[in-house]
Write a protein that binds this ligand. Structure first.
Ligand code: WQD
Length: 344
């Protein structure tokens, strides 16, 4: 009997890749998404990749009655992977209340409804933004949580605390918090990938849109940081490797292998790459020359962060396996496929 897993935000970038890996692992997946930042066509693409069409309900996690009815309709959901959230750092500074209402209200609804419907586990999509600029690198899960640099980062910190407080209060919930670093790339089929609305905020979609000619030039936000080549350093992780970490976390919860009711893991490669290094790897891996310029720093950027992923490697038996060359080639193939399909 296939265990049923609810994926909130499952038509989004990381969510859609995770649905594919859950189906590949034999899980029965139910997706809910309010489609505020994604498209229902993703369901067709997931079906094309796996041959299995996941159940889908257009629903906002803020809709308590709708969520209650969802759990009643899809009896037997064993666990939830909670991706649904607003996630643009810059936008969160402009619209903090939208971020607090959406990101916190959604989680509170979920946590209230889970015990009522016998849902025992949650895997929460957290972020390395909770660390701010770490004092020591690579950063471990024991690093101090610093004052968030944005309302978006603050909602991740608050949500982690809400989960801990709920478990401490005696709620029959087991939780795994996955702190992502920088997810990039696309599914090897090039049928699923990152499709930001409007002008991309994140580096890789802007980079591939520049490479294909949609954008005229990529601006590198600063080359005067205290790093070897002056540009910011991040831990870029292939989105499929990240998706697989969610399956491992779900397995761990359902097989009752957790060592604590709330566990936290850094999901990164352990390798820091600067923006300029990444551009050069893209050019070498794809043979495509990139038009870029050095621009001023972007407000809110931290200088450098990369993961110490040893805890996830050892405890979860999970490791990011994919080379940066293959990761960037997947992003480029996705951009080419979008043009072929007339989408961008
Ligand atoms: C990466 C680097 C930029 C665009 C954020 C969130 C994180 C996660 C991923 C949601 C930085 C530089 C970027 C450009 C550039 N979000 N850059 N030119 O800010 O590290 O992380 O997005 O899950 O939680 O914090 O990602 O891709 O925006 O930037 O030079 O046009 O690329 O300065 O150094 P970031 P990013």
């Amino acid at each position: 009997m296939k265990e049923k897993i609810l994926v909130t935000g499952g038509t989004g970038y990381i969510g859609s890749h995770t649905v594919i890996e859950l189906q590949n692992a034999g899980y029965d997946v139910v997706i809910i998404d309010n489609l505020s930042n994604s498209n229902a066509d993703v369901i067709d693409n997931i079906e094309q990749v796996t041959g299995i069409r996941p159940a889908f309900e257009k629903l906002d996690c803020l809709d308590y009655e709708g969520m209650d009815a969802l759990f009643t309709k899809y009896k037997g959901i064993k666990a939830v992977i909670h991706f649904a959230a607003s996630k643009a750092v810059g936008e969160s500074v402009q619209k903090p209340l939208l971020y607090y209402r959406n990101n916190i209200g959604s989680l509170v609804n979920l946590l209230e409804l889970m015990p009522k419907h016998g849902v025992e586990g949650i895997v929460f999509s957290s972020s390395c933004t909770v660390y701010g600029q770490p004092d020591e690198l690579p950063v471990t899960e024991k690093a101090p949580i610093k004052k968030a640099e944005s309302p978006y980062g603050n909602t991740k910190q608050i949500n982690e605390q809400i989960i801990r407080d709920t478990v401490t209060s005696g709620a029959p919930i087991n939780a795994i918090l996955l702190r992502y670093f920088n997810p990039i790339g696309a599914h090897p089929s090039a049928l699923v990938g990152e499709l930001p609305n409007g002008v991309p905020q994140n580096l890789i979609p802007f980079l591939t849109q520049t490479a294909i000619g949609i954008r005229e030039k990529l601006s590198v936000f600063g080359n005067d940081y205290n790093t070897p080549d002056g540009s910011c350093i991040r831990d870029y992780i292939y989105v499929v490797d990240l998706a697989k970490a969610h399956v491992v976390a779900i397995n761990r919860i359902l097989e009752k292998k957790q060592k604590a009711q709330v566990e936290v893991f850094n999901i990164g490669t352990g390798r820091g790459l600067s923006v300029l290094e990444l551009i050069h790897i893209f050019e070498t891996a794809t043979g495509v020359k990139l038009n870029y310029q050095i621009a001023g720093r972007r407000a809110g950027d931290i200088e450098q962060v990369w993961a110490n992923p040893e805890l996830a490697n050892k405890e979860l038996g999970w490791k990011a396996e994919t080379s940066m060359e293959d990761t960037l080639r997947s992003a480029w193939n996705w951009q080419l496929k979008l043009r072929e399909r007339g989408i961008q």
